[in-house]
Ligand binder design. Structure first.
Ligand SMILES: *[C@@H]1O[C@H](CO)[C@@H](O)[C@H](O)[C@H]1NC(C)=O
Ligand SMILES: *[C@@H]1O[C@H](CO)[C@@H](O)[C@H](O)[C@H]1NC(C)=O
Ligand SMILES: *[C@@H]1O[C@H](CO)[C@@H](O)[C@H](O)[C@H]1NC(C)=O
Length: 270
């Protein structure tokens, strides 16, 4: 035990140094601490894609190219390449964008990752450095899919770019799972009713020792209330008055109802 403890700081140190000497990551404009908070937050959103590598092929002017793209990691160690173009015929690799010159922006359902500082154009675009832009579109069905080259714009005098597309759920806004006020009230009410019925039932059964229907909490009260409601409804809803409730029917009423009949009997011709 003691040996393990004494080794712990050394192990931690080793872990930290390997982490620090690990792979290069996206470097945003600005020194550490003065980078854009929004860009840092966006890079965090892209983290699930970090260990993946994307490839796509394209053909143009009888040239065949393969593109390799990684999110905030080098495609091959050593020169910060985040997106490279490989000529299929000559196998010559050209860095299109570098992760040490990363820019990132987003909208509601997309994130645009830009790597600048690629190898300079030969004769196009004022010999500026190449630039890769990857439009990551929201698609809840996939973490990564559909990586393609959209266009290679190099007919401009400057600000040329390679534009790519990628589908990913990381670019999606958080799903709306907020409940309306009405449904929250309804759920609260239903829960309270459930607690009342179950709690009351257990109380009546275990503490009071009630049996059968009496196990329901305040059974007599609810029974009375039910009767009252029924009476009220009977009174309000019925269009024609039914026979007067038995409770109010006096003895005299019966006699009044029966006497004429009896008299009629007497009047009938024999
Ligand atoms: C990426 O892979 C490395 C090792 O290959 C691993 O340590 C790390 O946790 C992985 N990161 C993610 C986000 O999967
Ligand atoms: C740097 O990029 C070039 C492509 O321009 C590539 O040929 C070379 O192998 C890379 N360097 C390292 C050390 O990987
Ligand atoms: C990015 O990395 C490349 C190659 O490693 C280097 O030439 C370039 O100066 C770096 N860019 C910045 C802004 O540090």
């Amino acid at each position: 035990m003691f040996v393990a403890h004494s080794h712990l700081p050394a192990m931690l140190l080793a872990l930290m140094t390997t982490a620090m000497a690990g792979e290069k990551e996206c470097d945003l404009v600005g020194v550490k601490g003065s980078e854009s908070k929004r860009e840092i937050a966006l890079l965090k959103k892209l983290e699930p894609l970090v260990n993946l590598s994307f490839t796509t092929n394209s053909e143009s002017e009888n040239e065949k190219y393969k593109y390799i793209f990684r999110v905030c990691r080098e495609t091959s160690n050593g020169n910060n390449s985040g997106l490279v173009q490989i000529n299929e015929k000559t196998q010559k690799a050209t860095v299109v964008g570098r992760i040490n010159e990363t820019h990132v922006a987003s909208g509601r359902e997309w994130i645009m990752l830009t790597y600048k500082g690629g190898e300079p154009y030969g004769s196009h675009c004022g010999n500026e450095n190449r630039k890769a832009m990857v439009m990551i579109n929201c698609n809840r069905k996939t973490l990564n899919g559909g990586f393609t080259l959209v266009v290679e714009e190099r007919e401009k005098e400057q600000e040329c770019f390679y534009l790519f597309e990628l589908d990913s759920s990381v670019a999606c806004p958080p799903e709306d799972s907020r409940l309306s006020v009405g449904s929250i009230l309804l759920i609260t009410f239903a829960s309270l009713v459930a607690v009342y019925v179950i709690g009351g039932f257990l109380y009546q059964r275990l503490v009071v020792g009630a049996k059968g229907m009496e196990q329901f909490p305040h059974f007599a009260f609810w029974q009375d209330l039910g009767n009252l409601v029924a009476d009220g409804c009977d009174f309000v809803c019925r269009s024609k008055p039914r026979n007067v409730p038995t409770a109010y029917r006096g003895v005299g009423d019966d006699q009044l109802g029966e006497e004429p009949e009896e008299r009629d009997d007497h009047l009938l011709p024999m």
